[in-house]
Structures are given as C-alpha cells and as structure tokens.
Design a protein around this ligand. Structure first.
Ligand SMILES: Cc1cc2nc3c(=O)[nH]c(=O)nc-3n(C[C@H](O)[C@H](O)[C@H](O)COP(=O)(O)O)c2cc1C
Length: 302
C-alpha cells in the first residue's frame, strides 16, 4: 500500500481526501454510510457569527453535468455550532475543519476567534466569496485588497491552520492567492462555485429564487483544474483542489497539477460513499503504477 499522508501547513492528514463545505453537513449525517475516521478530514457546513436563514426556495437546479445552488449559508450561527454540534465531533480520528463565512471583516474575525477556542478543531477554511455588505455587496474574494483585508483580520484572531477558500469568479486567481499568502494564510483551497443561471421558459423566470446561483459538479472540473494549476505555480503554501471531483482519477488530476489535497463536494449527493471510493481508487492507482508515496505525484505536471 502506498503512503497517502500529506501535510497542509502544520496539519498532517492521513490521506489527501477531504469533504467540501455545504455538501457534507456536519459529517454526522454521513456516519451511517461511511467510516468518517477513514477520511483525511471533513470540512463542515459554512458557519457565520450570527444565525442565517438562507435564501428563499427554490435554491437548487440541475444542469448538464452539474447543479446550481443559492442556499445562502443557512446555519444557526457559531454559538449553536460550539454548544450543540462541536461536542458530537470531538472523538473522530479524522480532522474536523470549520468553514467560516461572514458579511463583514469584524464578523469573520469574531467567528474565527470563537472557533479558535475549540481544542478539537485544528483548522478553519475561510470562505471569502460572501457579500461584503459594508462595501456594497461585493464579495471580499474578488479583489486582492478585499481578500487581503479579511485574511489579515482573521490571521490576528486565529492561531491554528488557516485555509482560505478562493472564488473562481475573478480574472486573476493567482494574484488573489498571492495576496492571501502574504497576509499569513497557511493554505488556499479552490474553487468555490462559479456564478451561473438557469431559466424555466414555461414560467418565464429563473429556476432559482434569487436569479443566479453557484455552479458545481463535473461541468466545472476543467476550469477548477486550470485554476489550481495556476495557483500552485504562484504560491509556496499548499493548495487544496476541488471542483467536480467524482472519482479517484479526477482527484489524481488535481494532485498532478499541484494540489496537495482535494475536497469532494457535489459527488456526495450522488453517492454518499464516494469519498471512501476515491481513497481506495487512489491507493489502487498508486500501487498499479509502483508509486510508493502520494507526494511523488503532486505537481508532476508543469
Ligand atoms: C449545496 C451547496 C452548498 C455549498 N455551501 C458552501 C459553503 O457553505 N461554504 C463554502 O465555502 N462552499 C460551499 N459550497 C461550495 C462547495 O464547497 C465547492 O466549493 C463547490 O461545490 C465545488 O466543488 P464540487 O464541484 O465538488 O461540488 C457549496 C456547494 C453546494 C453544492
């Protein structure tokens, strides 16, 4: 069996397979289907300082080879997470990572500071694709200055592994990755969803309540791979790749273009055991090709 261990900053993962936020609940919902301890880690639902109801329905639409969603970060807030959910997550032999979102820099920092207190959460993933209300509804993650400002504030409030999740809805994602690296991010993950739309011509309206939504699934994989490849060349910190991974072969593509680990999202809705199949398939591929350590294939494609 090949060695599958990888490192994201100080965080040692037993294998490079994580779950993507918003597609795996709090992990507990999947405990009947898979052994959560077999994962490199699981990234739980987007958590904000205050509770959020999310957007009106409909919030999801199927597309060719993918889906659109506009869930809108529905969650009960960080205090609910700390008191009700966290106690159920302390005994896993797999890293639990919290995805942190916010509408203002102050909210992000306060949410991260609260999670910093939780002994069994070794890392957060900062979702910087949310609206920056104070500056008029633009996401922090679409400019270098916006991305840097939120990471700077969170870095002061959070002492453990800080992963910053990048938005693909930009022209130069490598520049944004460099900006967050300069402010102390330990890793970047990408991609979040691509902005999209779907129209119901009979009703003459969008299939989503707020008009647009985030596209995910196999249709985004080529874009995600291109961006991961660009970012991996642009920064020194480890890159986590995601977007449309459905099987071990897809995951290996991300590793070969420079990702140290991968996240699996939409595929969990199709097969709740997909993560385990990806780990097994990765192992088989490495064995068949005589590769003793997964790190040997990371970034082999220039
Ligand atoms: C229903 C749904 C909810 C999501 N919620 C979040 C979230 O709360 N925070 C976040 O950073 N990303 C969220 N995402 C984005 C995914 O984590 C992931 O970046 C994206 O779906 C691309 O990966 P995939 O093609 O494997 O799904 C969500 C995606 C979906 C489909």
């Amino acid at each position: 069996m090949a060695k599958l261990n990888v490192k994201i900053g100080d965080l040692a993962l037993k294998n490079p397979v994580l779950t993507a936020s918003g597609t795996f609940g709090y992990g507990l919902e999947f405990a009947d289907f898979i052994d959560l301890n077999a994962l490199g880690g699981f990234i739980v639902k987007g958590t904000t300082l205050h509770p959020r109801e999310g957007n009106d329905y409909p919030r999801m639409a199927e597309t060719a080879s993918g889906m659109l969603n506009c869930v809108g970060l529905q969650n009960k807030g960080v205090e609910h997470f700390c008191t009700e959910i966290y106690p159920q997550l302390t005994d896993f032999d797999s890293h639990v990572i919290v995805n942190v979102s916010g509408s203002t820099i102050e909210d992000y920092a306060a949410c991260a500071a609260r999670i910093n207190e939780l002994e069994h959460i070794p890392a957060i993933e900062l979702n910087i694709s949310c609206p920056n209300v104070k500056s008029g509804g633009m996401a922090f993650g679409v400019t270098c200055e916006g991305a840097a400002s939120v990471v700077k504030a969170v870095r002061k409030a959070y002492s453990k592994t800080l992963i910053v999740k990048l938005s693909p809805n930009v022209t130069d994602i490598a520049a944004i990755a460099r900006a967050v690296e300069a402010e102390g991010a330990d890793s970047v993950s990408l991609i979040n969803t691509l902005m999209g739309m779907s129209v119901d011509i009979e009703r003459r309206r969008s299939r989503l309540s707020i008009g647009t939504g985030g596209l995910s699934g196999p249709c985004v994989k080529p874009v995600a791979l291109r961006m991961v490849s660009q970012v991996a060349r642009a920064v020194k910190i480890p890159v986590i790749g995601l977007g449309g991974i459905m099987n071990a072969e897809d995951a290996l593509e991300f590793l070969m273009v420079g990702a140290t680990a991968v996240e699996i999202g939409t595929a969990n809705f199709i097969d709740p055991a997909v993560t385990i199949k990806v780990i097994e398939g990765m192992n088989d591929w490495l064995d068949r090709h005589g590769v003793k350590d997964v790190n040997e294939i990371i970034g082999v494609i220039d």
